[in-house]
Design a protein around this ligand. Structure first.
Ligand code: IPM
Ligand code: MG
Length: 356
C-alpha cells in the first residue's frame, strides 16, 4: 500500500520519540512492501514560534490531505504564560476538532514484564489489567464557552460543559461496538448524581442498550471509578466517558499499568483517517537528553497500521517486537526496575527495530 502520513513532532521529547517511530514504520514498509510518505506538520509550541499560532490553517489542511496523522507531544514551560488561544494545547484541540475526531481510544494493558513497575500491590495486579477508555474527544467542557469577567469587583470565570444527544449517541455506539469486540462489558462513567450532562448521557445510553443485548452494561460515578481503578482494575473491560473524565481517568489508568510512557492512543471520527499519539505529554524536563520512552509512540504507529490502514499483521509485528525487548530486560528510566538494563530513547528504538 501507499500512504501519506502527516507527522507532527511537536515540542519537548516529541521529536525524539517520533523519529524512533518513523524508523519502525520505515522498516515495516521495507519488509512488507509498502510506501509511506511523510509530510511534516507544525503544531503546538513550535508552530507558535514559527507562525505565531498553534495550528495554522495550512498545517491542518496537510493533515486533512493525509491518510493519517502521527503526533509526538506538544507544550512546555516556554509557552505557559501565553493567552488561552496562543497556547500549544489549543493547537491540539483545534486539530482534534478540525479532523472531527470524536472517539479517543486509550488502552490500559499491563505488560506482564512490567508488573513490578505498577504502583499497585501484586495481589491486585495479579488479577490482570486489560481495559480501554473510550473518551469523547471534541465536546463537553473542553469545547464549551470559556469566559473570565469582572463581576462586583472580582473576577469570575466560567467554563460551560455542553453535550447534545447526537454527540453522546455516536460515542456511546463506539463504546458498545468496542465492547462487542472484547469481553463484552461496558461501563459508562459519569457524575449523574450532580450533572445534567451526565443524566443526558445515561438517557441516551439506555436507549442504545437494547441494540446491544450481548453487552453487559453498567454505570459508575466518576469519583467511585477513580477509586475502583486502584482497588480492582480487573473489573473493567471498556469504559466510555465524556471528555474531561476521560482525560483524568486515562492518566490514572496508564500509571497503574506501570508507566504512562507505554500507552498509545487512537482518535477517530467518521472514516479511517485518525490521529495517533502517545498519551503522555512533552516532558520538557528530559527533552533532548535521549531519556524518553519511545514505546508509546511506536505502539501508536502500530495502532495506525491496525485501525487506519487495515494492516493487522504489521501491527502485530511491532507489538511482538516491543514485547521482545521488554523480555530482554531493556527499560527506559520511566519504567526502570531492579535487575533491568537502563537504555535511552534511541537505543530502545534500535532494539525494537532489531526484533521486527
Ligand atoms: C491529553 C492531554 C490533553 C488533553 C492536553 C494536552 C490538552 O492531557 O491528550 O490527555 O487534556 O486532552
Ligand atoms: Mg491528559
Amino acid at each position: 500500500m501507499q500512504k501519506q502520513i502527516a507527522v507532527i513532532r511537536g515540542d519537548g521529547i516529541g521529536p525524539e520519540i517520533v523519529n524512533q517511530a518513523l524508523l519502525v514504520l520505515d522498516e515495516i514498509a521495507r519488509r512488507y512492501g509498502h510506501t509511506f510518505r511523510y509530510v511534516d506538520v507544525d503544531m503546538g509550541g513550535c508552530a507558535i514560534d514559527r507562525w505565531g499560532e498553534p495550528l495554522p490553517a495550512a498545517e491542518l489542511d496537510k493533515c486533512l490531505a493525509s491518510d493519517s496523522v502521527l503526533l509526538g507531544a506538544v507544550g512546555g514551560p516556554k509557552w505557559e504564560g501565553m493567552p488561552g488561544d496562543k497556547r500549544p494545547e489549543k493547537g491540539l484541540l483545534a486539530l482534534r476538532a478540525g479532523m472531527g475526531l470524536y472517539a479517543n481510544n486509550r488502552p490500559a494493558k499491563l505488560w506482564p514484564q512490567l508488573a513490578g513497575a505498577s504502583p499497585l500491590k501484586a495481589s491486585i495486579v495479579e488479577k490482570g489489567i486489560d481495559f480501554l477508555v473510550v473518551r469523547e474527544l471534541i465536546g463537553g467542557v473542553y469545547f464549551g464557552a470559556h469566559r473570565t469577567e469582572e463581576v462586583d469587583g472580582e473576577l469570575v470565570a466560567t467554563d460551560v460543559m455542553p453535550y447534545s444527544e447526537h454527540e453522546i449517541e455516536r460515542i456511546g455506539r463506539i463504546g458498545f461496538e468496542t465492547a462487542q469486540k472484547r469481553r463484552k462489558k461496558l461501563c459508562c462513567v459519569d457524575k449523574a448524581n450532580v450533572l445534567d450532562t451526565s443524566r443526558l448521557w445515561r438517557r441516551v445510553m439506555h436507549r442504545l442498550q437494547s441494540e446491544y443485548p450481548d453487552v453487559a452494561y453498567s454505570e459508575m460515578f466518576v469519583d467511585n471509578a477513580a477509586m475502583q481503578l486502584c482497588k480492582d482494575p480487573s473489573q473493567f473491560d471498556v469504559i466510555v466517558t465524556e471528555n474531561m473524565f476521560g482525560d483524568i481517568l486515562s492518566d490514572e489508568a496508564s500509571m497503574i499499568t506501570g508507566s504512562i510512557g507505554m500507552i498509545p492512543s487512537s482518535s477517530l471520527g467518521e472514516g479511517s483517517r485518525g490521529l495517533y499519539e502517545p498519551i503522555h505529554g512533552s516532558a520538557p524536563d528530559i527533552a533532548g537528553q535521549d531519556k524518553a520512552n519511545p514505546i508509546g509512540t511506536i505502539l501508536s504507529a502500530a495502532m495506525m497500521l491496525r485501525y487506519s490502514f487495515d494492516a493487522p499483521a504489521e501491527a502485530d509485528a511491532i507489538e511482538r517486537a516491543v514485547s521482545a525487548v521488554l523480555d530482554e530486560g531493556l527499560r527506559t528510566g520511566d519504567m526502570m526496575s531492579e535487575g533491568c538494563t537502563l537504555v535511552g530513547c534511541a537505543a530502545m528504538g534500535k532494539a525494537i527495530l532489531a526484533h521486527l
